[in-house]
Design a protein around this ligand. Structure first.
Ligand SMILES: C[S@@+](CC[C@H](N)C(=O)[O-])C[C@H]1O[C@@H](n2cnc3c(N)ncnc32)[C@H](O)[C@@H]1O
Length: 291
């Protein structure tokens, strides 16, 4: 039993090292995906944005997450758990003048680039693990995590840490892809895409939505609301093949080599698209709750 736990821990550690290398080397590729450096999928809202304008859909995802944080007009501090280069933080600061923010990421490249982009703004990005941050208990009014907790398998430890650092009454919003059933219940095709997706994007696994809900409840979160937004996200997922082809063509035209990490990232994007086609197995959700 101890041996299995040790092996699991070693595997998680290996994935973490690969993930940091992946983001240190491939973060720049995201400039191609989003001019505002949003490292996530988008949210399509009819009559508000267009399925052809990727960046506006990506920013709408920021907007949807922020809306659910119920940010008041009083001084508010926000933490972005797995913040990339701070795309969501920059969007939030523009929208809410009463806001200050912290972001955490394990990639030193993202810390440097993100802080440079935030210069002069009331926000800082730290090189810290969202499963075990250095913040004191009850620090933040609001916490968010967009497509980041998947790297740790949406595990209870990540939810507990968010709970610990939130003030009582503080809001927590997660936007991410989840499994609709347990991994062992997936059909062969879904299991294959899930494993390949995890290998290429350095994810331990996607959590199953029912388990995550149970873990949020057990952690102490209240007013848990789970929204399946798969159809809102689908238009931006469909941008993936076009983005990949254009990215490769641009590299070829400029005689630039494709880095190993970039190739890995591109294959990961392809498996995200493939996973998305298994509608009964994968879903994209926004989860909101209160401490
Ligand atoms: C797909 S990116 C999303 C970035 C950002 N949320 C966004 O939407 O632009 C995933 C992020 O999670 C971060 N991450 C993954 N595991 C982490 C951990 N254990 N602690 C802190 N950050 C982590 C990565 O460094 C990366 O910044």
């Amino acid at each position: 039993m101890e041996n299995i736990a040790l092996k699991h821990q070693e595997k998680e550690e290996k994935i973490k090292i690969e993930m940091v290398d992946f983001y240190n080397e491939a973060t720049e590729d995201y400039e191609f995906w989003s001019k505002d450096l949003n490292m996530h999928f988008g949210y399509y809202k009819p009559f508000t944005n267009s399925v052809f304008k990727r960046n506006s859909m990506l920013n709408e995802m920021n907007n949807q997450v922020l809306k659910r944080l119920n940010i008041s007009t009083k001084k508010t501090n926000l933490i972005d758990l797995g913040c990339g280069v701070g795309g969501t933080i920059r969007y939030a600061l523009k929208k809410h003048k009463n806001l200050s923010a912290f972001g955490v990421t394990l990639s030193s490249f993202q810390v440097e680039k993100g802080n440079a982009l935030l210069e002069g703004k009331p926000a800082t990005i730290l090189n810290e693990n969202y499963n075990k941050t250095s913040f004191q208990d009850n620090t933040f009014n609001a916490a968010l995590a967009i497509e980041s907790l998947c790297h740790s398998g949406h595990k209870k430890e990540s939810l507990k840490e968010a709970y610990r650092i939130l003030k009582p009454g503080g809001r927590f919003v997660i936007a991410d892809a989840f499994l609709k059933k347990e991994e062992q219940e997936l059909c062969y095709g879904a299991q294959y895409s899930h494993r390949r997706l995890c290998d290429h994007w350095s994810l331990t696994n996607l959590g199953s939505i029912n388990n995550v809900k149970k873990h949020l409840e057990q952690t102490g979160f209240k007013n848990i609301k789970i929204e399946d937004i798969s159809y809102r996200v689908a238009p931006s997922v469909l941008h993936v093949p076009f983005a990949i082809v254009t990215f490769i063509l641009k590299k070829l035209i400029n005689f630039k080599p494709l880095k190993r990490e970039s190739l890995h990232n591109l294959k990961g994007s392809f498996y995200a698209l493939l996973s998305g086609l298994h509608l009964k197995s994968f879903g994209y959700y926004i989860i909101s709750c209160t401490k």
